[in-house]
Design a binder for this molecule. Sequence first.
Ligand code: NOJ
Length: 531
Amino acid sequence: MSEATLAAPWWKRGVIYQIYPRSFADSNGDGIGDLAGIAARLDHVASLGVDAIWLSPIFPSPMADFGYDVADYTGVEPMFGDLAAFDRLLAAVHARGLRLLLDFVPNHSSTEHPWFVESRSSRDNPKRDWYIWRDPAPGGGLPNNWISDMGGPAWELDPVTGQYYLHTFLKEQADLNWRNPAVAQAMTDVMRFWLDRGVDGFRIDVLWHIVKAEGLPDNPANPDWREGLAEKLRVLQHHSTDQPEAHAFTRQFRQLADSYGDTALVGEIFLPRDRLMRWYGTEAEPGVHLPFNFELIENPWDRDTLAALIAGYDAAIPDHGWPNWVIGSHDAARIAARIGERQARVAAMLLLTLRGTPTLYQGDEIGIGTVDIPPHRIRDPQDLRQPGMGLGRDRSRTPMAWDASSNAGFSTVEPWLPLHPDWRTRNVAAQEEDPASMLRLYRRLLAARRASPALSLGRMTLREAAPDILAYERQHGDERLLVVLNLGSEPREVTLPGATRPGRIIVATGTRDMFDGTIDADEAYVVELLA
Ligand code: NOJ
């Protein structure tokens, strides 16, 4: 790594790899992944060439929302291991020079969390105000019109105490009351607990949701809602999300993280671009290091759309902020399912050559594509609650395929979700052997990025190009590179910026090693520009 690269904090120059623990590797033969399984497969992660792992929740959980319903913020779910297994994993991660981010879930706890069990026990319990309880509306019924992100009202009546509690997600996930200083204190202690154990930061779940407007007014109706859209979109979440107090808490999280040194906070925030930018905070009072940027997931895959969103997003980043990019997660459809395997290679090239920290989702590095989940195997509560609407998230949570042995080397028994249909050939071992595989492409890309300050840290300038061709330059010091991506199905010509001539091909989706002024359909490459 060059000096320029080393001088930058790891979360700027590095790449984050998301592990979904249930589906990475099962060490104890219950069909569900676990921490020892992850530890046993760390060589894969290290050999990819990423810098940090974000682990989706590993805490004790009834698994109503597969770990995003936390019943103990400072423990480890027995299905995944225990604190000792966690410490071993963390040590093994650090020994490989990698970092570990945990998933911090501040908006809601499981209704089985002891805090909620106490809170619901009576109206005058000292923990009553740790959650958001309201009387029924005058004359009976829901306290307001808020809708759960999983469909249906965001309120559940507790028959014992006669009040409703708020749940932005499942009724098994009660929203914590961040306006109660005791909650803010307890949750800050949770962060401290894990930072003291040595974690390198957090991905913060639904950060923009944590504080609600005083008085919980009705949300305005969404004039654009129509039949067929998810129910949560019936209203605009004006009063239930993105409150100024949530920004204030974010600044405190940042101060705490910064007091531990070289840490990073990644915020899960779905908001229009201008409002997303506010989560960077200000230079004097920074917010999260990286408010997740989901624009590549949310927009159509075509040159003009991508060029416009890349330019717009990059220009919107405040001076003290740093961009980031995501193309997959445990919530979104698999990139290869969305745009096909050939374009998924182009997407890999885009993700790892844009200016900003990429987050790579497990399984995308072997190009897992469409997985049809048979109805009797659907596990995702969002899908079960709103069937047939294409909201299912199981399709991106299917197990990793390690080799062609039974159950793809993921487990000794049938996994909790089905494997992708072509797992016998689409697995890590098979792709190791194939120089043309997606895995080998990801490795080349990650190595190129690591070796090149222009790719990891350099300036980015979009360039005019033929139809379907997305082209941008990355530059750092004397190093100038042109990234060219063909998003179409026809070969095209490529013109270099004025007064430059082509040097080496640094990395390519295919086998091209010389620039000849053309690009094939579905091809992408990075070419050195010489003066
Ligand atoms: C976002 C998580 O990524 C998703 O999986 C979960 O269902 C919700 N937050 C609620 O925690």
